[in-house]
Design a protein around this ligand. Structure first.
Ligand code: S3P
Length: 168
């Protein structure tokens, strides 16, 4: 068994789908951002404020290295986890990497006005789309590129279970 690693832009459904997928496959679920918050005793916005994006990325990489020792894991990564090559290499080596694809316009609807996401805060649809596009080459370094648009979380989970099962 290998960990299933969910990547994708903010608001694409990594946590919702990840929790359901873990339940359905009797795996253990972790959300990397939640683990970072628990360990640091700080919220994600506070970490960005005190340590900048660099500080956050260092914490994030440490958490990935540790959590991915668990082969029964379903991991929801943060949207920017793929920025570090070190993380992308680790993901591909250790697990089944799934990119959850969603339209920038739908993502904008979900994340605009959310105070908990420093890199989305105050961004226009155009700015958010540009950030998404800049990350797309990294998201594409995955085993499974999965389209989530116009599907319910349950439908995504059923299809992903089949797709991952075919690889594992
Ligand atoms: C980030 C996404 C967030 C969180 C942090 C940075 C990003 O996670 O890790 O705010 O760079 O896209 P979600 O994708 O769960 O929102």
């Amino acid at each position: 068994m290998k960990p299933i690693i969910l990547t994708g832009f903010m608001g694409c459904g990594k946590s919702t789908i990840g929790q359901l997928l873990a339940q359905k496959t009797n795996r253990h679920f972790e959300d990397a951002d939640t683990v970072i918050e628990q360990r640091s005793g700080m919220s994600i916005p506070r970490i960005f404020e005190l340590e900048g994006e660099d500080g956050f990325r260092k914490r994030e990489a440490q958490v990935f290295a540790e959590l991915l020792e668990d082969s029964s894991l379903v991991l929801a990564t943060g949207g920017g986890a793929v920025l570090k090559k070190e993380n992308r290499d680790l993901f591909l080596k250790k697990g089944i990497v799934v990119f959850l694809k969603a339209e920038p316009s739908a993502i904008y609807e979900r994340v605009s006005g959310d105070d908990h996401r420093p890199l989305a805060k105050g961004k226009t649809l155009e700015e958010l789309t540009a950030l998404y596009e800049s990350r797309m080459p990294y998201y594409k370094e995955c085993h499974i590129c999965y389209e989530t648009m116009n599907k319910t979380p349950l439908q995504c989970v059923n299809e992903l279970q089949q797709l991952c099962g075919g690889i594992l």
